[in-house]
Every structure is written in structure tokens, then in C-alpha cells.
Design a protein around this ligand. Structure first.
Ligand code: PHB
Length: 408
């Protein structure tokens, strides 16, 4: 057991993860001995934050963006949240339910974190929910869109700074119903919860016939040809897709290589052309229209400041994943800054999160619903265009503000 823990730490250190935010010296050793909170030097006890992220596989780049977004907020705030020095302990989920659940347990029971954030995959989100139902630790999801995450039962300690799978896809479906009414759609997405929920959100709002619903295996599909043939052979005249990370790169390139791009307009959830993968996708991504609550091209001052600080810090374009994780740090900061929460008092921490109010995000201000703690936020129709000599997701239309679970 001890050896396993040591080797995990070595791995985490190797990829610059555990204690990456070690603003307080000696944190790693405190962690390794499984100790409780230590003082950060300024008299306030260190706040340990667990970051559950995939660091390998198709969603690995998303996990890295989430680490960087969280770190950027910390760096801009002297390494503290709510006046407490912070140590971040990252734990690898591999975007699989079993590994994700084990990692969540370790963060809470061995690393003794006071709050957990991160989680890219809906499958992982669903798998850790029951654990957090019985854990005295708040969970702030900063990506996974699992629609029913905080329903049946609703947990007071579960929050989300990202979106629900239904939210952007419903917005897209409604836009398509108004603007692409003559088309027949095929929908394609990976075969797991997020893929299913995205297609359902789109088709509920679209309201018309769907010629084909295609769900390639998640995480193991590299060649989309058989699925592209299926689309070609269907009655579809247009395609709606959700893919992310490495899968989105492959899908968008192969869609073009296969010759479908000229014949069938491709639209999707914004992750399909996320800014972290857009340059690698290259020209095959040009013209793709997607719906999402963020693009680095959003025209507001806070966003411009965020995008330029992010690019300075990481030599990379800010992404939706980075923004959502930046906002998770911000939510913790606001909550602990507004309330008097004793270290280790999970109940008071949860109450403070609940009362945090509006978050001044790079996406614009947003707040969480009082029941399921999900963002109410505008969704934008974006189009991949050449912007200042680079591909970018330009805002084409503000589709309006959406509830987490919009009704058809
Ligand atoms: C999810 O599994 O909920 C998920 C994963 C990647 C994304 C969006 C949603 O880009």
C-alpha cells in the first residue's frame, strides 16, 4: 500500500502535478504522511484541493487545461483562496468510472483534501456521485456535463461551474429548427453518457426526424470510416456531432477526408472545435458551426484579460475547460472569502458555496441554480473562421440564456 502511494506521488510529481501549487513549503511531506492541514506560514491553515482529471488517453489535453486554468487563478491570487494558502493534489481518472472513483476516494481519505474539483467525463461524474453523497467534502465539477448528476437524489455538496450536456445541445437544436428546417440530420457521438445526452438534447429541441443516431465506441475508435459510410448511406443531409479531445481531431479531419464536408454541413457541441485542438484540426474545421457558452473570442474585458494572461503563462490559447476550472477556483475563493469557514468544517463550506452568488467569469457573469447548483448562462453559436491569421471560434449569434435542463 505504502509503495503504491509512493509510486503514485512520484508519477504525479513527474508530470508536474502533485503539489504543483505548493505555495506552502513542506506540503508534500505532510501529504505523504497522510497528515491533516498544515499552516501555510501566514498563520492560516493550508486548504488542500483535490483535482480529479484525466492525464492520459483521448481526454488528457482537457485535464491539462483544467490544471492550468485552476493554477492561473491561484497565481493571480497569491496562491490563496479565501485567504488560505492552497495546495492542489491532482489525481488521474483516465476518464474511466472505476479509476475515477478510486482516485476520488484516495483524495478524500488519504490526501485529506477539503474540496474536490475537476472531472472531465460524465461517466466519471456519475460514478463518483454516490461516494460524495456520503463524503463530508464538496465536489465542484468543472467539466463533465452529466445531466442528472445532481438529481435523484439532489446532493447539497455537489456543484458545477461548467454546463449540462443538454444545455448547449438543446440551444443548437433550437437554432437548427429555426435555421436548417429543410435538412434531415444524422447524429454521431461517442458511446457513453455524454454522447447519448448530447444527441438527446439536440433532437428534443430539433423536433424533426433524425435519420441515424450513431455511437462509435468511446476511447478506442481511431478510424471513423465505417461510421462515416453509415452517415453517407443514411437519408441525412446534415450532421450533428459531439466529440472532444483526440477524438474530435480525428473525426473532423476524417469527415473532410471522406468527402462529407462538401455535401453535408456539420454542426455540433462546441467541444468539437475546441480551441485547444483547433490548430491541429486545421482547415477541415473551417466553417463548422457549434454551440457553447464560451469561446476565447468572446468580446468582454474580463475575457480578454484572461485570454492574454493564460497565453502568457502557458503559451497556449485559453479553452473552455481552462475557463471552467478557473471559475471553480474563483467559486471557492468567493465562498470562503464571504463566510467564516473553519478549516475542516464541510457543512459551513457547502453553505458558503451555496451562497457564493454571481461568479465574474471570463464567459460573463453567471450564477448557479439553487436546486441542482448548475450554471444558468448564455449559449453562443460559433463558427470556425480565420481570425487574425489563426483558426478561431467566432461568435455568430447569441442564442440566449439557457437553464441547465431546458424543456422542449
Ligand atoms: C462529458 O463527458 O461530460 C464531456 C467530456 C468532454 C467534453 C464535454 C463533456 O468536451
Amino acid at each position: 500500500m505504502k509503495d503504491q502511494r509512493l509510486s503514485r506521488r512520484r508519477f504525479l510529481q513527474g508530470v508536474g502535478v502533485a503539489g504543483a501549487v505548493a505555495s506552502a513549503p513542506g506540503l508534500l511531506s505532510a501529504c505523504a504522511s497522510g497528515g491533516g492541514p498544515t499552516s501555510g506560514g501566514g498563520g492560516r491553515e493550508t486548504l488542500r484541493v483535490g483535482l480529479l482529471v484525466p492525464l492520459s488517453g483521448t481526454y488528457a489535453p482537457l485535464g491539462k487545461d483544467m490544471q492550468q486554468g485552476f493554477q492561473l487563478y491561484l497565481d493571480q491570487h497569491g496562491g490563496s483562496l479565501g485567504g488560505r494558502p492552497v495546495e492542489v493534489v491532482s489525481a488521474e481518472t483516465e476518464a474511466t468510472p472505476e479509476v475515477g472513483l478510486r482516485a476520488a476516494r484516495r483524495l478524500v481519505e488519504e490526501d485529506r483534501v477539503e474540496v474536490v474539483t475537476g472531472v472531465v467525463s460524465s461517466a466519471v461524474a456519475y460514478s463518483v456521485k454516490d461516494y460524495f453523497a456520503g463524503a463530508d467534502v464538496p465536489l465542484i465539477i468543472s467539466n463533465a456535463g452529466a445531466n442528472e448528476l445532481n438529481m435523484d437524489p439532489t446532493l447539497p455538496n455537489v456543484f458545477r461551474t461548467s454546463f449540462t450536456n443538454r444545455q448547449p445541445c438543446f440551444a443548437l437544436g433550437r437554432w437548427a429548427a429555426q435555421n436548417m428546417a429543410g435538412e434531415t440530420f444524422a447524429c454521431i457521438a461517442p458511446d457513453y453518457a455524454a454522447g447519448k445526452e448530447d444527441v438527446e438534447g439536440f433532437s428534443d429541441a430539433w423536433g424533426g426526424e433524425i435519420a441515424a443516431r450513431i455511437f462509435p465506441p468511446f476511447g478506442t475508435t481511431g478510424d471513423y470510416q465505417p461510421f462515416l459510410s453509415e452517415i453517407r448511406q443514411s437519408a441525412a443531409t446534415a450532421v450533428m456531432a459531439f466529440f472532444a479531445g483526440g477524438e474530435a481531431i480525428n473525426f473532423v479531419q476524417q469527415y473532410s477526408d471522406f468527402g462529407l464536408k462538401e455535401d453535408l454541413p456539420l454542426i455540433g457541441a462546441g467541444f468539437l472545435t475546441d480551441d485547444g485542438i483547433l490548430q491541429e484540426q486545421g482547415n477541415p474545421a473551417l466553417g463548422i458551426r457549434t454551440a457553447l457558452h464560451y469561446t476565447p473570442l468572446l468580446d468582454n474585458e474580463r475575457n480578454q484579460e484572461f485570454v492574454s494572461s493564460y497565453s502568457e503563462a502557458y503559451d497556449a490559447t485559453a479553452t473552455t475547460y481552462a475557463t471552467q476550472s478557473y471559475d471553480a477556483a474563483q467559486l471557492i475563493d468567493v465562498a470562503l472569502g464571504n463566510a467564516d469557514v473553519e478549516p475542516g468544517d464541510a457543512e459551513a463550506f457547502v453553505a458558503a458555496l451555496e451562497q457564493a452568488g454571481t461568479i465574474a467569469s471570463p464567459r460573463g457573469e453567471f450564477s448557479l441554480t439553487s436546486d441542482i447548483h448548475d450554471p444558468v448562462q448564455p449559449v453562443y453559436l460559433r463558427e470556425v473562421q480565420q481570425v487574425d491569421g489563426e483558426l478561431g471560434n467566432a461568435v455568430v449569434e447569441d442564442l440566449g440564456e439557457f437553464q441547465p435542463i431546458p424543456e422542449a
